[in-house]
Design a protein around this ligand. Structure first.
Ligand SMILES: [Fe+2]
Length: 334
């Protein structure tokens, strides 16, 4: 068992990766993190990029705590007034926080339930393609953000609106040799969702929208080398966050029926096996910190007619790894 900032880190129940810290006093914990700012990022690396902090409800009364807790994870807590056009998501306290919610003015829809909605044993489906929506945050920018901090201000009921996570390092290391060799050299084309480039838009014959420098598409390596741990991880999205017109992969047959599509299905099915995944059932005050360089995640359905769900998100930028050395940020080129 390891420790960070005076707290024990336990393994995450129901997963082969990840850690959990139980916190009594959220404001005091943020102070302890600021006093020894290397410890929590180190704990995140040790936990393969997924840390659950239980008991951080103090953030709801003082949103600045979320920004303060984000700072040790990188050079810059991103300002969504600069990185996104979606001003309706900005938190009234600060544009460094966005609100992911079905309530106005955010109006995020819930993802559709999988079809069928449950596994034969009643369990929650996690594996692609029964489960769709797997992505890493904002991979349509280059370099993409490193770390996300995702806070349950007002979660859906516990049996709805879960977030699923998958371990890119575990999935990479378990790849069969031929598939691993293929993935090593590959670049995928990532694009902002719901702009007419996603798989469904292509299937339905929708016209592509005009993209801005904040929307991509951007090519990203399918295997990323983590700059701190030195470990390789799968890095890939599906459905809405991949450009299905020109991709999924650079240099492969494009489109929904091409060789690239078949390879994406093979890789994502492998990546999201139950052995590499964790389903988080949210309680109010939970904060999940995840490393986008080595994990992916997916939202699940909740009843938007019955429930308002409000999640707060920060992203931290600054150490994308050697593949991005010396690059200008793609969204600042205009
Ligand atoms: Fe996300």
């Amino acid at each position: 068992m390891s420790r960070a900032n005076g707290h024990e880190i336990q393994p995450l129940t129901g997963a082969r990766f990840g850690g959990v810290i139980t916190i009594e006093d959220g404001a005091a914990f943020v102070g302890a993190v600021e006093a020894a700012p290397d410890e929590l990022p180190g704990a995140l690396d040790d936990a393969d990029g997924l840390l659950l902090l239980k008991g951080m409800g103090a953030i709801s009364d003082d949103p600045e705590l979320l920004i303060r807790l984000s700072r040790p994870f990188g050079a810059e807590v991103e300002d969504y007034a600069q990185t996104s056009n979606r001003t309706n998501l900005l938190h009234p306290h600060s544009s460094h926080i966005i609100r992911i919610s079905n309530l106005p003015p955010m109006n995020f829809p819930s993802p559709d339930p999988p079809d069928p909605p449950r596994l034969p044993d009643g369990g929650l489906p996690v594996q692609f393609p029964q489960r769709r929506g797997w992505h890493t945050d904002q991979s349509f920018r280059r370099p993409p953000p490193d770390i996300s901090l995702f806070y349950a201000h007002q979660p859906a009921p516990r049996d709805q609106g879960q977030t699923l996570y998958a371990d890119g390092v575990g999935a990479y290391e378990a790849l069969p040799g031929d598939l691993r060799n293929k993935a090593e050299k590959l670049m995928a084309l990532h694009v902002a969702p719901f702009k007419g480039y996603g798989e469904d838009a292509v299937i339905n014959g929708e016209s592509p929208q005009k993209l801005t420098e904040r929307d991509g598409p951007q090519a990203q390596p399918v295997v990323r080398l983590h700059p701190v741990t030195g470990r390789k991880a799968l890095y890939l999205c599906e459905r809405e966050q991949i450009d299905w017109r020109n991709g999924p992969f650079v240099g492969m047959e494009p489109g929904i029926h091409g060789d690239g599509a078949a390879l994406l299905y093979e890789l994502m099915t492998h990546f999201t096996q139950p052995a590499f995944t964790y389903a988080h059932h949210w309680d109010q005050g939970d904060l999940v910190i995840y490393d986008n360089r080595c994990t992916i995640h997916s939202a699940t359905w909740f009843d938007t007619q019955m429930h308002g769900r409000v999640m707060w998100l920060t992203t931290v930028w600054g150490n994308p790894g050697p593949a991005y050395d010396g690059e200008q940020r793609s969204w600042e080129t205009a």
